[in-house]
Design a protein around this ligand. Sequence first.
Ligand SMILES: CC(C)[C@H](C(=O)O)[C@@H](O)C(=O)O
Ligand code: SF4
Length: 490
Amino acid sequence: MDTARQTLFDKLWQRHLMDQSADGEALLYVDRHLVYEVTSPQAFEGLRLAGRRPWRADTVLAAADHNVPTTPNERRSLTHIPDPLSRAQVQQLEINAREFGITAFSLGRREQGIIHVIGPEQGATLPGMTVVAGDSHTSTHGAFGALAFGVGTSDVEHVLATQCLAMRPMQRMLVQVNGLLAAGVSAKDLILEIIRRLGTAGGTGCAIEFAGAAIEALSMEGRMTLCNMAIEAGARVGLVAVDEKTIAYLEGRPYAPRGAQWEAAVAYWRTLHSDAGATFDHSLFIDAAAVEPMATWGTSPEQVLPIGGRVPEPAAEPDPVRRAGIERALAYMGLRPGTALDGLAIDKVFIGSCTNARIEDLRAAAAAIRGRRVAATVKQALVVPGSGLVKAQAEAEGLDRLFIAAGFEWREPGCSMCLGMNDDRLAPGERCASTSNRNFEGRQGPGGRSHLVSPAMAAAAAIAGRLVDVRREDVRRDLPGTPVLSAQIH
Ligand SMILES: CC(C)[C@H](C(=O)O)[C@@H](O)C(=O)O
Ligand code: SF4
């Protein structure tokens, strides 16, 4: 290999390669392992049965996120988890962490939250690391120039026991986003547009590196949103090169190195980018200025359009398999071909998830409210911070009061309505504007209908009671939401 012109993926891969067999299977060293209640119980039980201990318990960080209640803290102990399996999993995580000497941000701890929010927030995710978790959205951590991917439960056990993982090499894909995103258009809209172009299988077998002026201009939160959803384009890994924003974000975080170690680390991190002239197996070029606010209409993240679009006509699709897919999605979503997305009435709004529950997301949502109230026709509008620290930060900024005054529910951290594993769900037939990453059938509750949007779009939908283009002036003035007095906000 031409080591002078490596992609970021190559650099990370080589640095962690322990061994490689003739057929290409590689053994990688794992630097950071994030565990949570759903995919870890059998892994710990496996260790116990084999009489093993974790090889490096100090590299493991645990948190309860998928199954936890998000109701106020006094209603957030184990006894408030009605589902016995969920309760057992959350309880078992605490038992396992104690027995095996692992730091756990369990229910009741201030730092508790979604593992993909906590890792970077704690500085436990660092550039140059391999980061794994038994969760597909581990790709999120690639925003820091880390090689991060989801693994299955048996691999969780394997990594706990050996700190290594068998992997097949990936292909390298470059998604180059030139120019800048327009006002009102966010990282979420950009990744939805990328998925629209690539399709849900377009990135299969690939590590996608996001590069270009638009990516450089994004905050770390925006980059995490992008990498989070790389998996929805079929890729296992999303990556962004390290720059000054990456370094500034991490400085002083609890798990980040300090003093001379910090200096040495930063010097190494600055090498974590693709070299000029490095070659990729695939590439996609996007003009950022042309990206618009997006909303999904179907039951797959690729079934997405700019908000000004109309639900497609199955009859116009020549491919019979795709046509049947559109028909099925429209039937499930209760939509007629040709319906405008802008104006579609919604029942619920969910602002949260590992895609969009960081401080910047909450700020964007709060800004889109602009002193108005949630429409009377909206049954529930939830704001669920991604972690206890995000929640505290938002409260310090007064965002909680803004949301509450507008009629949103301000919740405790967790995966919440992103998936139907806890009490926050859609009822059958309910339509939801959601900042999460998956709109599969039943994802937010059996029969629930999800429209994936950005935080600003979700907040605007809550106020309007329907999907709206957040850029439009009438979102500001003429929608049904009644103004909230500033006295109520401050
Ligand atoms: C429960 C878990 C295995 C799953 C995942 O891997 O992504 C979940 O987090 C999801 O978002 O669907
Ligand atoms: S917030 Fe949603 S996507 Fe993220 S880990 Fe939780 S369930 Fe999975």
